[in-house]
Ligand binder design. Structure first.
Ligand SMILES: Nc1ncnc2c1ncn2[C@@H]1O[C@H](COP(=O)(O)OP(=O)(O)OP(=O)(O)O)[C@@H](O)[C@H]1O
Ligand SMILES: [Mg+2]
Length: 472
């Protein structure tokens, strides 16, 4: 397609054409109305003047007879720029006036007529148009009074030529403006097409250019860029999950397989086989749990669960989770206290928020007991409170805590700190807690509990807003 052909096919250019036609039509209508109205006004003025003269002259005729009329008409005919006058006998013989010749038959009928005529007082023999009225005087005489129409025609010509010019100017300016605007738009769209082609060929880092004018194309490009960022983040997440699965699930699977092989090789009696099968089942259960946790994180990060938002009390959740974990804490020689004095209502996914809080409590119980048992060391506090537009769910322990440098990465999948390796776990608990916080438009943060860790989930009361934060 040629560059011009491409330009002409754009929406912007088609719009230009539509506007151009509308404006041109409007100009034609306006000038047409103007021309018609001036013509009507001039004609009206002529008929009024002629009517007045005829009334005056016929009055003179009534008072002074034909002689007086002839005298007055003669007199008026000689004035420069005078009207058209003719007085004839009933047989058509001219008695006075400035009309040299008329189209035949004009005088036969009384009334208004538009006719060609020649003037007596003109040297060259030119024909003019006039609007005249023939009046039948008593006594058989006829009186014709009229006005030349040249002025009216000249005005008409001026308006028509002005109309032609203005339409020509509208078309020329409109077309060049249209070309200019369309070329600019086309250049930007071409740049966008180039980027999208790059993206389609697999390079997700491409972003649409933004001119900075804040117009609709910029807004569209901005939105598409946000969408691309989201897609890129999701793709990145997906890749990370598959990488993680490949690396972190391969080890337990290999271990499982080796154990079975070992059992086949060494087991002699039924009890040996039985115990080998039992460990296999245990390990498989752990693998299934890890898979479920991974799936839950992936679903939460992709925004699933946003449909099941209800209003509930976070204080109630804190109490429920506290109650659920109290026996486990007791078993490990820790005390668990719930601090939720007032209701803290919010909109969210109740099950996911419960699970997130449970993961934090689970961590506190698992890792805090490494510390020497002391007066305050063994206490875990689960707190829920409302604060302005948000609510806060916090779990504090007096364990070893997480060093500030590691707080960013512990929310990543499968990340476990070196000193926690002795505890069972797959490094997914905090990933889910963070994903749940993001899903609600909130955040998971860690503070120093001096000593120990204070893990805090902050959530907005109103639930997730329309543009959820990107899962990271
Ligand atoms: N309360 C805490 N005190 C000290 N370290 C903690 C605490 N909570 C978490 N961590 C550290 O952060 C790591 C990640 O925690 P996360 O809950 O994601 O995984 P996990 O507890 O190891 O395994 P999972 O929760 O999947 O069973 C833990 O392995 C631990 O090193
Ligand atoms: Mg955990």
């Amino acid at each position: 397609m040629t560059a011009l052909g491409k330009l002409v096919r754009t929406t912007a250019f088609k719009l230009t054409l539509v506007y151009l036609t509308v404006f041109a039509l409007f100009a034609v209508l306006l000038l047409g109305y103007f021309a018609w109205n001036t013509r009507r006004l001039i004609t009206e003025q002529i008929t009024e003047t002629v009517d007045a003269e005829i009334t005056g002259l016929s009055e003179q005729y009534r008072q002074g007879g034909i002689r007086r009329l002839v005298l007055i008409v003669d007199n008026r005919s000689r004035r420069p720029g005078s009207s058209l006058y003719l007085v004839t006998t009933s047989s058509g013989e001219g008695l006075a006036g400035n009309v040299g010749s008329l189209a035949p038959g004009v005088l036969d009928k009384a009334g208004w007529i538009e006719t060609a005529y020649r003037r007596l007082d003109e040297s060259e023999d030119a024909e003019h148009q006039a609007l005249a009225r023939v009046f039948q005087l008593p006594g058989g005489f006829r009186l014709l009074v009229g006005r030349d129409l040249e002025e009216r025609e000249r005005l008409h010509d001026i308006i028509v030529s002005a109309g032609r010019w203005s339409i020509a100017i509208v078309v020329v300016l409109g077309l060049s403006g249209g070309f200019f605007v369309t070329r600019r738009v086309l250049k930007r769209i071409d740049a966008m097409t180039g980027t999208t082609q790059r993206i389609m060929s697999g390079d997700l880092t491409g972003r649409l250019p933004i001119a900075g004018t804040g117009d609709e194309i910029d807004r569209l490009a901005g939105n598409l860029n946000t969408m691309l960022e989201r897609i890129e983040a999701l793709m990145h997440g997906l890749k990370e999950v598959s990488d993680n699965i490949a690396h972190d699930l391969k080890t337990p699977l290999t271990r499982l397989r080796n154990r079975c092989e070992e059992a086949l090789r060494t087991a002699r009696v039924e009890a040996d086989y039985r115990s080998a099968l039992e460990t296999t089942i245990d390990e498989s259960d752990r693998l299934i749990q890890t898979f479920n946790a991974l799936l839950m994180i992936a679903r939460t990060e992709s925004g699933q669960g946003r449909e099941e938002m209800t209003e509930f009390d976070a204080a109630e959740i804190a109490r429920d989770v506290g109650e659920l974990y109290e026996p486990l804490a007791d078993e490990k020689g820790l005390s668990l206290r719930v601090e939720a004095p007032a209701p803290a209502r919010l909109t969210g996914n109740r099950d996911l928020v419960s699970q997130a809080l449970a993961n934090l409590v689970d961590n506190a119980i698992k890792y805090a007991r490494h510390e020497e048992p002391g007066a305050a060391n063994g206490e875990i506090v689960v707190a829920a409170r409302g604060e302005g537009n948000g609510i806060e769910l916090a779990v504090s322990d007096h364990g070893p805590g997480i060093p500030a440098g590691d707080r960013g990465r512990v929310v990543e999948r499968f990340v476990r700190l070196e000193k926690s390796r002795s505890e069972p776990g797959s490094g997914l608990g905090l990933s889910l807690a963070a994903a749940v916080a993001h899903l609600h438009g909130g955040a998971l943060t860690f503070e120093d509990n001096e000593p120990g860790l204070r893990a805090v989930i902050t959530l907005p009361r109103s639930g997730p807003q329309r543009t959820p934060q990107l899962a990271s």
